[in-house]
Design a protein around this ligand. Structure first.
Ligand code: F6P
Length: 378
């Protein structure tokens, strides 16, 4: 869009915040927002640690972001603004009574944004952050959301940055596990992230040559997993790779959870963990003569350098967020519908999870590769 047609008069200063779990590509969004905004004569203020930087009495605040500051961050994992999944201003823990009811500090966030002269806030985050952004938008603060999650499960967008990097990390792990599994004739289980949706497990399992993939969307039975392993052994292979999404569970069971020292909960309480070990135990009861090892990849999937595709996607989302603001849009999410980035109402992005469809072509293709999901044969 030509500079002269941009509605730069209304937008002079925008805020940007990153909320929820971090994800490779967040810094690429921040950089893109700053570069595009500066080109249009718009100042960018970075809000630290989600919305905490707009709350009084905290240890974090805001910082002016310039092209010089963002120049070196395109390839850097994490977020230079910091993040948290415990800072919901609508349900903030009461410091006087941490175990009691939460308090609503959203009015304070809106007041502070106005004091700072922010014409709009770009909220980069997953479902929780977009829900907060939508709430602030409903209360009068202009907001544009940028979707983010390694889990790739946000509604209203077909893909999220960080997912590709996480899948690559898992595929690298599978490549390494295969050689040691083969040497020792072992069944290797790899537990990966994917709380409500099994996109990471499915994509990485297909790209990494898994024999079995266990997803939250397809409840398994240990009997069917054992049958798949028996078939593999009968065909002359004495090792196997099983990818287990952290939210996967045997039919009739809930997701496996764990206690983490020092974790006070938050959006993700309870913390998931243990699905891999639990599946290994269930399968070993049926096939006790095989040897099992479990690897839990955990936050390794969330850290480090974003792959090229995630940098590209993140950068495009950042540019489009600013351009949408310049067009006078707000209350929207910039969403990826390849080959385009579009804006969709923020309301569509909250409270829905985009899950793997067990009847999809993707799952059918996985089955076509001989991958078992631990469910009954069709
Ligand atoms: O939502 C992304 C995610 O990576 C989930 O897959 C996982 O359950 C969760 O974050 C872990 O969050 P935390 O950083 O709070 O441990």
């Amino acid at each position: 869009m030509a500079e002269s047609t941009e509605r730069t008069k209304q937008i002079r200063r925008i805020g940007i915040t990153t909320g929820g779990g971090d994800c490779p590509g967040l810094n690429a969004v921040i950089r893109a927002v700053v570069l595009r905004a500066e080109a249009a004569g718009v100042e960018v203020i970075g809000i630290e640690d989600g919305f905490a930087g707009l709350l009084e009495g905290g240890s974090v605040g805001t910082q002016r972001l310039t092209p010089a500051i963002v120049a070196p961050i395109l390839d850097r994992g994490g977020t230079i603004l910091g993040t948290t999944n415990r800072g919901d201003p609508f349900a903030f823990p009461d410091p006087e009574n941490p175990d009691g009811p939460t308090i609503d500090r959203s009015g304070e966030v809106i007041r502070r944004a106005q004091e700072l002269g922010l014409d709009l806030v770009i909220t980069v985050g997953g479902d929780g952050t977009q829900r907060i952004g939508y709430g602030l938008h409903e209360r009068g603060l202009p907001v544009i959301g940028v979707p983010k999650t390694i889990d790739n499960d946000l509604a209203a967008t077909l893909e999220t940055f960080g997912f590709g990097t996480a899948v690559q990390v898992v595929v690298d792990a599978l490549d390494r596990l295969r050689t040691t599994a083969e040497s020792h004739d072992r069944i290797m289980l790899l537990e990966v992230m994917g709380r409500d949706a099994g996109w990471i497990a499915l994509h990485s399992g297909m790209a990494g040559g898994a024999d079995v993939i266990l997803l939250p969307e397809i409840p398994y039975t240990p009997e069917h997993v054992a049958a798949a392993l028996r078939r593999r052994i009968r065909s002359g292979h004495h090792f196997a790779l099983i990818v287990v999404a952290e939210g996967a569970a045997a039919a009739g069971k809930g997701a496996a959870t764990k206690q983490v020292a020092g974790a006070t909960g938050g959006r993700h309480a309870p913390i998931l963990g243990g699905a891999g070990h639990r599946a290994a135990t269930e399968i070993a009861e049926l096939l006790p003569d095989l040897e099992y090892r479990v690897t839990v990849l955990g936050h390794i999937q969330r850290g480090g350098t974003p792959i090229a595709y995630d940098r590209l996607l993140a950068s495009r989302l950042g540019v489009e967020a600013v351009e949408a603001a310049l067009r006078g849009e707000h209350g929207v999410l910039v969403a990826s519908y390849p080959p385009d980035i579009r804006t969709v109402p923020l309301a569509e992005a909250v409270n829905h999870v985009r899950k793997v469809d067990p009847d999809s072509q993707l799952v059918r293709h996985a089955r076509g590769l001989g991958i078992a999901f631990g469910d009954a044969p069709a």
